[in-house]
Design a protein around this ligand. Structure first.
Ligand SMILES: [Zn+2]
Ligand SMILES: [Zn+2]
Length: 143
């Protein structure tokens, strides 16, 4: 834990009263909630399209790319051999409906798409696929 900093919050009166009543430590709770959410955002927060709830990180699947660019064949379950680029998919699962989502980190994305297929988000400046209508990081609609 780092140094504590004082801040002021605006909380619904009734919610605050109830929280105190059940013995919640407001500062501690806010700190925990902020820590968890920050971690989620840093890791890439995923929401299920059907249920609207947070998808849970399940597994990281290594793969390598074989063949010429444009004729990419993904080989799962094998770590890249020496000299080949190591890439991976993160697998997210919706705890409610079971939908599965694959996601890649930035280096993997760049290798798969090539720099030319990326653009920068107008708001957060992160690299996103050229065809994206909205930013995968901040959700901002792209012009
Ligand atoms: Zn779902
Ligand atoms: Zn963005």
């Amino acid at each position: 834990m780092g140094k504590k900093s004082r801040t002021s919050l605006t909380i619904d009166k009734e919610i605050l009263r109830k929280a105190r009543e059940v013995g919640l430590n407001i500062s501690q709770f806010c700190e925990n909630a902020l820590t968890a959410r920050t971690r989620l955002i840093e890791k890439g927060f995923k929401k299920c399209y059907s249920c609207g709830i947070e998808m849970q990180f399940a597994q990281r699947i290594p793969f390598r790319v074989k063949g010429r660019p444009g004729l990419v064949k993904l080989v799962f379950g094998e770590w890249a051999a020496i000299g080949e680029e190591l890439m991976s998919f993160d697998v997210y699962v919706c705890p409610s409906c079971g939908e599965i989502r694959f996601s890649t980190d930035e280096p993997t994305r760049r290798s798969l798409l090539g720099k030319a297929f990326l653009k920068r988000c107008v708001k957060c400046d992160k690299e996103i696929p050229l065809a994206s209508e909205e930013c995968a990081y901040c959700g901002t609609k792209q012009p």
